[in-house]
Design a protein around this ligand. Structure first.
Ligand code: ADP
Ligand code: MG
Length: 727
């Protein structure tokens, strides 16, 4: 904050330590923090009515004169009322205040105030209860557009408004302009001072719109500049040359012939790896398209060229599965594969870490534990991240940085929590990877994302698309059924099992409060509150006493989960009851039926992912969506899944039905947190900002020109403030 002293909120008159603590919960520590604490919404309090004309039942402002001394009455302990009448030329307004006895002396007879509240009308009597008020002419909480801020217990909007006003007065005029002047003019953006003033205390709604537009643009510019720099810098990085081996030689290790799309993806990789430039590639392919084999190619290439590969999965379950697959594929070629997750502990962990450090392991498969403290690679050549929507841009950046400095302390530890202050050990440029990074990065994703967004979210990557499924796959036949079909469904499960197949049954969550269908002799409606544990037990005891039923859910210990999954994969279980832990990537080709209970509770894209657990082998596979919902929209939504097996079309339908808020609500993209912008609704500005960013970075790659210094600083802050790096 150029030129102005920082003021801790504690030192602001009227705050003190207790309130300062509460404000800290909102992330507010210094007065200047209020500048970037934006209102959640605005209340238009501009219109001031007469008592007579004030609209009934709506919150509005009335200007009126206190006509008498307020009367305080104690109804009982803990209930005190102050009553007073206010008048204007048109009528009388009866005011009542609860438990604010001091108002008796605050409201002065003969003074005119503006009251803001909801007008109640009873016969001819007009009244307000607990209105906000201030002397006429003050114009702080009435007669204007009032910002409404996100609050926390013990902190009211009035307090934040007052702090924000102080902050705007003190800091907005000297706030440095982040957006370079030519960019600001070219995109018709207002100046920084105007923007801060009007995003907090808008003069009118046009001014607010101008302010918002600028703030959104600024945020997106900072974001996309960071991305452009990432791409630019990585492009500069000399890549380790991995040119021994090749697609043809690798194919011999596969138990199947790769599809054309898989081969293309591998060839893209082979070209990148041999190019002398560092690879940053995304493999995008629908569930079941065979991304794992492509990953195995990368791992094998590393081994052929005497370096290590780290393969990172989002869950332990998947890491374990990948480790098994890699081992099976690559062991015959003499490649040494190890598994490193949080559950590998004690002596085993120590031994594994020293083997990794000594280069005695070629492929390390694991979760984010792969990059935790104390893990050092002898010679890391390639990092592969599976199901990358669980990993963010910042994580990718951090990953790549890991390879730059083998043996050096991790750069991925948590940083000072968004203080924007530099510690001695983190130089400005470290939030983005060093240009000399040599670790290749491959990310794999099955999450279909609409095109414009993909451009941003994967803006730092080259993309290979696997747009072809392995041969012999018939699409998964999908049905929506109600409770009335439950008995037939049992029969169907039995038939599949008697043919040697296996069955998944997915329940929404492990939570006692969730309703699950009740199993029993009769098909009872799903009224009972049951946990998945009870559900599985009943299923085993009452419905399928002769079948082998297993249960896996997120609250099991990793060991237990692993044991159940391994048993299912080995064909030792016929039916696996599971929560969504099997959503991503789990591969058991012999499973041919997946039943999803309470299907209406899932998003379409999630259902599509779940459905991808079957149809992975040669057998005709089925997905049955069970719902007790009678709602037409719920059923129509589910039927969209019956109509297509195309993940992209389903994602678009999902987006259309649920709206962008839900689709991107959970920060699936993993980009740094945005304060004002919204990826789905600000697409046009996003495109403008991206173009501006690319032009800026092309002309001044490191943004070292003096006029770019504020922008550079903001980029650093944004990417550093990403708190979820390896969590
Ligand atoms: P995903 O892209 O969802 O990660 P997987 O890599 O798990 O898909 O592959 C799904 C299944 O298809 C696995 O059982 C795998 O062995 C099989 N598979 C992959 N590629 C081929 C292929 N070219 N021919 C036959 N089967 C294949
Ligand atoms: Mg997979």
């Amino acid at each position: 904050m150029a030129g102005r002293r920082e003021i801790p909120l504690e030192e602001v008159p009227g705050i003190g330590p207790a309130r300062a603590k509460k404000l800290e919960k909102l992330g507010l520590r210094r007065l200047s923090d209020l500048l970037d604490y934006f209102p959640a919404r605005y209340e238009d309090r501009r219109a001031i009515y007469t008592v007579q004309e004030a609209p009934e039942g709506e919150a509005c402002c009335i200007s009126a004169l206190i006509a008498q001394s307020p009367v305080l009455s104690r109804i009982r302990k803990g209930l005190e009322l102050v009553k007073v009448q206010a008048v204007d030329g048109t009528g009388v307004l009866h005011l009542t205040f609860f438990n604010q006895p001091y108002l008796k002396n605050t409201l002065r007879p003969g003074e005119t105030y503006v009251f803001f509240g909801r007008v109640e009308v009873l016969g001819r009597r007009r009244s307000m209860t607990n209105p906000v008020f201030e002397r006429e002419g003050t114009g702080q909480f009435t007669g204007r557009i009032l910002p409404v801020y996100p609050l926390t217990a013990g902190i009211n909007n009035r307090m934040i408004c007052e702090l924000a006003q102080r902050a705007v007065n003190l800091y907005a005029p000297s706030r440095t302009e982040t957006i370079p002047e030519p960019v600001r003019l070219a995109h018709r953006l207002c100046q920084v001072e105007f923007a801060y003033q009007n995003i907090h205390f808008p003069k009118d709604f046009e001014a607010l719109e101008l302010a918002r537009r600028r703030m959104i643009f600024e945020e997106l510019l900072v974001l996309t500049c960071g991305m452009a720099q990432l791409k630019e810098r990585r492009g500069l990085g000399d890549g380790r040359v991995l040119d021994q081996g090749g697609v043809e030689q690798f194919e011999g290790l596969l138990p199947f012939a790769p599809t054309g799309a898989q081969r293309r993806a591998m060839e893209d990789m082979a070209r990148d790896l041999a190019s002398g430039r560092v690879m940053n590639r995304l493999i995008q392919g629908d569930v079941g398209s065979g991304k794992t084999a492509v990953a195995a190619f990368g791992a094998w290439m590393c081994a052929q060229n005497g370096c290590q590969c780290a393969l990172m999965a989002p869950t332990e379950l998947l890491a374990e599965q990948h480790a098994r697959t890699m081992e099976a594929l690559l062991f015959p070629a003499g490649v040494r594969v190890s598994l490193l997750t949080g559950s590998v502990k004690g002596a085993a962990r120590k031994a594994l870490l020293s083997a990794v450090r000594a280069g005695e392991v070629d492929v390390v498969v694991g979760t984010h534990a792969l990059f935790s403290q104390g893990v050092e690679y002898a010679n890391l050549g390639l990092v592969i991240a599976d199901e990358q929507h669980r990993f963010g841009v910042a994580q990718r950046a951090a990953l790549a940085a890991k390879g730059a400095t083998p043996g050096a302390p991790s750069q991925m530890g948590r940083r000072g929590s968004g203080e924007g202050q530099q510690t001695a050990s983190s130089s400005p440029e470290q939030a983005l990877p060093d240009p000399t990074v040599q670790t290749h990065v491959l990310v794999m994703s099955a999450t279909p994302i609409p095109r414009t967004l993909a451009l941003i979210i994967y803006g730092d990557l080259d993309v290979s698309v696997i747009d072809e499924l392995p041969p012999g796959r018939t699409p998964v036949a999908t049905y929506v059924v109600g409770e009335d079909k439950r008995q037939r469904l049992y029969g169907f499960v039995r038939r599949q099992v008697s043919e040697g197949r296996q069955v998944y049954i997915i329940c929404p969550a492990v939570d006692e409060t969730q309703a699950l269908p009740q199993w029993g002799e009769t098909a009872a409606p799903p009224l009972d509150l049951k946990a998945v544990t009870t559900y599985a037990k009943d299923l085993q005891e009452k419905v399928f006493p002769d079948l082998r039923v297993g249960l896996v859910h997120g609250k099991l210990k990793a060991r237990e989960k692993e044991a159940v999954m391994a048993a299912f994969a080995a064909g030792e279980l016929d039916v696996l009851v599971a929560t969504t832990v099997v959503e991503v990537g789990v591969d058991v080709p012999n499973a041919s039926l997946i039943i999803i209970e309470n299907a209406e509770r899932f998003g379409l894209s999630q259902l599509h992912q779940l459905r991808g657990r079957v149809g992975r082998g040669a057998h005709q596979s089925y997905c049955v969506l069970v719902t007790a919902s009678k709602s037409d929209t719920a059923r129509e939504r589910l039927r969209a899944l019956c109509a297509t097996n195309d993940g992209f079309r389903i994602a678009e339908e999902d987006l259309r039905l649920r709206g962008p808020g839900d689709f991107f609500g959970k920060r699936q993209h993993g980009l740094p947190q945005l304060k004002v912008a919204d990826f789905a609704s600000d697409v046009a500005l996003l495109r403008e900002a991206k173009e501006a960013a690319e032009a800026l970075v092309a002309a001044d790659p490191e943004l070292t020109k003096p006029e770019h210094a504020p922008l550079r600083r903001r980029i650093r802050e944004m990417y550093e403030a990403e708190p979820e790096i390896f969590n």
